[in-house]
Design a protein around this ligand. Structure first.
Ligand code: ADP
Length: 170
């Protein structure tokens, strides 16, 4: 049997407990899981590529998984997958909101390379609503993000928010 290699791509700005749950579930399904952290600067992330990569690496190390590696990439996903020898693209699915975009992307990637399957996973019910974008918004407005990210990521986000300045308090 050929080795099953999965790619889990994302921005991870920052990595949340939702991402970590998908990583844990995904790692069980494949022989090797490559987490692809996009280095595409057009998304105007709160954390630089190296900061996002370092956080994902730190979280993965804490999860004690021996078949997961973390790499940065800035390429068409299918090309990145081909180069890495991957046959599975792993995506997390949250509510209906994710579906349309994910459906389109999976469909188009299928046409680009029919040998690569997209597999969707759902996080634990309690972690499903978590989105990096909202974590950043909550932190920017001084809310507590403890239920959504690890203690270390929380510290990093709070520190970054202090640097860039909190939003209004009324
Ligand atoms: P993107 O820039 O595509 O939004 P993200 O870093 O936000 O990338 O997410 C990467 C992947 O993780 C996506 O497939 C996204 O749907 C999934 N994901 C993020 N948060 C969750 C969550 N709470 N539950 C399930 N999947 C999630």
């Amino acid at each position: 049997m050929t080795e099953r290699v999965g790619i889990y791509p994302g921005t991870f700005d920052p990595i949340t407990l939702g991402h970590a749950d998908i990583i844990r579930r995904g790692a069980k399904l494949v022989d090797r899981l490559i987490i692809g952290v996009t280095t595409n600067p057009s998304k105007n992330p709160m954390f630089s590529t190296s900061e996002r990569l370092a956080k994902v690496e730190r979280e993965v190390a804490a999860m004690d998984l021996d078949n997961v590696e973390v790499v940065g990439f800035n390429a068409l996903l299918v090309k990145f997958a081909q180069k890495a020898g991957a046959n599975v693209i792993l995506r997390g699915l949250r509510a209906v909101a994710d579906f349309e975009y994910e459906y389109q992307m999976a469909g188009m990637n299928q046409q680009l390379d029919e040998n690569i399957e997209t597999v969707f996973l759902m996080a634990d019910v309690s972690l499903q609503p978590i989105a990096s974008k909202l974590v950043k918004e909550i932190a920017l407005f001084g809310g507590d993000i403890a239920p959504f990210v690890s203690a270390q990521v929380r510290e990093d986000v709070v520190a970054r928010v202090e640097e860039i300045g909190r939003m209004g308090d009324y």
